[in-house]
Design a protein around this ligand. Structure first.
Ligand SMILES: C[S@@+](CC[C@H](N)C(=O)[O-])C[C@H]1O[C@@H](n2cnc3c(N)ncnc32)[C@H](O)[C@@H]1O
Length: 266
């Protein structure tokens, strides 16, 4: 039975619809092709089965399908899944699209590659739910499979922290992004105002921010082995020049996994 949960900011489709032009401009969607080439070089999956968790409008799922990967895209937002479906049709690729919450979706032993791209991790007030997501990702991998998580790391955020940031679209719409670090540097609280044709819509949301070490330790706790951190998809070091935090971890190929998990559990 599905758990009953309180409504959270990411459950609001209006948020994703209003922010769509800022989050997913054509340039970012087009970039996915190059990103996917780098992801494959970094992860070297054992076969062509892939899960794009929180796939949004399908940027990565579609780029992967065009390279012959057979994929599942999972997302909770109908508006974004509709965009993904329409784009996949236009690109003539077949992908399984599922509307599900990342806390619930698990398809055991199914994928060689599991992706969480463009800061799709750290959404829950209850931090144990982030652990549930990591467990789901781990369980959905085939033995020997690999997972890649890409987000804005805490170290990078501390380096570039600016307030506020204003983004303008060619049609005159404006996004004013104000943010605050809260809860002892564990979270960022955002207030985004979209101003379009003189009308203002305000969206407030909070994300958990992870340092490289915090993310790596959590991945190890659910069983990921050989977790490596990178500062970009080219595979450069996660150091003071890092632009993003990329964590790559493998599900061990052998039965040693149970032992490893037991060893790192508190
Ligand atoms: C910043 S977007 C990233 C989209 C995509 N990964 C990409 O690289 O373009 C975050 C995505 O997470 C999805 N999302 C948010 N909360 C979710 C949840 N609880 N379960 C599943 N998807 C969720 C949103 O609908 C949105 O598509």
């Amino acid at each position: 039975m599905k758990p009953t949960r309180k409504k959270e900011w990411f459950d609001d489709d209006v948020f994703w619809r209003e922010l769509y032009p800022f989050m997913f401009p054509e340039k970012r969607i087009a970039e996915a092709n190059q990103q996917v080439a780098k992801i494959l070089a970094l992860t070297k999956p054992i076969d062509k089965s892939v899960l794009d968790l929180c796939c949004g409008p399908g940027r990565c799922s579609i780029a992967l399908a065009k390279r012959g990967y057979s994929g599942t895209g999972v997302d909770r937002t109908k508006y974004l899944l509709d965009k993904a479906r329409a784009r996949a049709r236009a690109e003539r690729v077949k992908i399984e699209w599922l509307r599900q919450d990342m806390r619930d979706f698990v398809c055991p032993d199914s994928y060689a590659l599991v992706l969480s791209m463009f800061t799709s991790f750290g959404y829950f007030d209850d931090k144990r739910e982030d652990m549930t997501v990591l467990e789901n990702m781990f369980r959905s991998l085939r033995p020997g499979g690999v997972c890649l998580i890409e987000l804005l790391g805490k170290e990078r955020l501390a380096k570039i922290f600016l307030s506020p940031v204003v983004t303008l679209l060619p049609d005159g719409a404006m996004l004013v992004d104000q943010h605050q670090i809260v809860d002892d540097w564990t979270c960022i609280r955002n207030e985004w105002r979209v101003i379009r044709k003189g009308k203002v819509k305000t969206f407030k949301f909070k994300l958990t921010i992870y340092s490289g070490l915090e993310l790596r330790e959590r991945m190890e706790r659910v069983g990921f082995a050989s977790v490596k951190l990178y500062g970009n998809l080219d595979g450069d070091a996660y150091d003071s020049n890092a632009e993003r935090l990329i964590a790559v971890g493998r599900r061990p190929a052998s039965k040693r996994v149970a032992k490893l998990r037991a060893a790192v559990r508190p």
